[in-house]
Design a protein around this ligand. Structure first.
Ligand SMILES: [Zn+2]
Length: 452
């Protein structure tokens, strides 16, 4: 089953890129087209490795010929791997000149890094790691003494889906896509949106959207009720549609196209008409259904835009508005392993740096329903979070009002399992504003980049 999804993603990526090209005619692009150095990467998605007879076995994996260079795969093709984009053990590309600034924009559907490794006889193991980074500006170091260079796009997640690595850009001119904007979305309509996020937004005078699944609304104490949602909406918060029943891709397989459309339409009218929530015309696809063509096609008939899970890419006027990418900022396990959906303030700051440098519209996703991603707060005897008379969480402090420290004296927000998401989001929002990134609603981001 998984294999089929993987294969489909590749096809979809190609379709999507074709769609992007067509879309250029429909609205004016605010982007300055960067000069692409890696032309192969520009024109072809990296693609699934071609498992040809030309494969070569190494002790630490196998290389396969791929569409875009060759793939070196550790273990099975579904696991961690990288694609070599340029260079070799005794080749340094001409354009890789010392002191030159390279502008990098990674466009991937999974956590990935661009890795520069230089070869010399002096280095231990013959190789030096120059850099391993996301989308940013990279200054080429002094390359004297090196005989070769390898540039890899490396999947950093332990179970990265290699065929979703698409379209990296390395340019020698600044990549600038327009006013830097950031939209933050809490998925699923958890009650902590009302308890924690609404007060945070009011205090900071910003908007964080809630994407709600209509059949979940009010179905248990865990989710907001319609009254809660309308309360948030009436106070200026953005409420987006997160499908009717939160299907997974395999659940979509059991539905006809008509059923998918009907369900999306029910979710849309429940928000827009029954509850008067006029921001319900943007869909946040459930699970990874946004990567399936059937879901996207259905959404195109009902919604004005669609936002997928993941992608780690800044959206631009050239993006497909039904395939808007997100950066994940969840804190799931507390051990800092991104493959287990674990992110920290440092990751958030790096994402802000990216959009601040390149411009464009960045979208974040997280889940207040993710129980480990909680402020260190007072709890009731049954372990549920305690609230003060105004409905606020009560931070755990010592007698002097200082935040309680961990046993080793470190702050809890830096410690496994005790991250403080409200203060962390506040710090991130302040950082974004300092770096000239506007916090906008999905509606505002959409109008800025796609209206007209
Ligand atoms: Zn969800």
């Amino acid at each position: 089953m998984k294999k089929i999804i993987y294969a489909f993603c590749t096809v979809f990526a190609v379709i999507c890129m074709a769609a992007c090209t067509n879309n250029n005619e429909n609205y004016e692009s605010t982007k300055v087209t960067p000069r692409i150095i890696l032309t192969e990467a520009e024109t072809e998605p990296a693609g699934k490795p071609v498992l040809s007879e030309n494969q070569t076995k190494f002790t630490n994996g196998i290389t396969y010929e791929g569409k875009n260079g060759y793939w070196h795969i550790y273990g099975t093709p579904e696991k961690t791997c990288f694609v070599t984009l340029a260079g070799g053990t005794s080749v340094i590309p001409e354009w890789f000149e010392s002191g030159k600034k390279l502008y990098i924009s990674l466009n991937t559907d999974t956590a990935a890094k661009l890795v520069f490794r230089a070869f010399s006889d002096e280095a231990p193991d013959g190789v030096t790691l120059l850099s391993a980074q996301g989308s940013t500006v990279f200054e080429v170091p002094d390359m004297r003494g090196y005989r070769g260079l390898a540039i890899r796009l490396q999947v950093t997640g332990g179970s990265g889906e290699i065929d979703t690595v698409v379209h990296p850009i390395i340019s020698d001119e600044p990549i600038y896509y327009g006013t830097p904007m950031l939209t933050i979305i809490d998925d699923d309509g958890d009650i902590h949106y009302l308890k924690d996020i609404l007060p945070l937004c009011q205090e900071m005078n910003v908007n964080i959207a809630s994407a709600v699944t209509t059949t979940r609304v009010g179905s248990s104490d865990r989710w907001m009720s319609w009254e809660d949602i309308k309360n948030c909406y009436n106070q200026g918060m953005e409420i987006l549609c997160h499908t009717y029943s939160h299907p997974t891709p395999s659940e979509l397989d059991d539905m006809s196209d008509e059923e998918i459309i009907e369900r999306l339409n029910t979710a849309f009218t429940t928000l827009m008409e029954k509850n008067g929530i006029k921001t319900g015309d943007i869909i946040v696809y459930s699970s990874s259904t946004g990567y399936t063509e059937r879901m996207r096609k259905a959404a195109e008939q009902i919604f004005k835009a669609g936002i997928v899970i993941g992608g780690n890419t800044v959206n631009t006027a050239d993006s497909n508005p039904y395939n808007l990418k997100r950066y994940r900022i969840d804190f799931a396990t507390g051990d800092g392993d991104q493959s287990k959906e674990d992110y920290c303030l440092e990751d958030m700051k790096a994402y802000i740096d990216t959009v601040s440098d390149s411009g464009g519209w960045e979208i974040w996703m997280f889940h207040t329903s993710n129980t480990k991603w909680r402020q260190l707060v007072e709890v009731n005897a049954d372990g549920s979070i305690a609230y003060d008379s105004e409905g606020n969480v009560i931070p755990l402090c010592d007698d002097n009002g200082e935040p309680v420290l961990d046993e080793d004296g470190s702050q809890y927000e830096l410690t496994v399992g005790h991250i403080v998401y409200v203060p962390m989001l506040k710090t991130a929002i302040n950082y974004a504003q300092e770096k000239g990134v506007k916090i906008v609603t999905a509606e505002e981001g959409f109008s800025a980049y796609f209206d007209e």
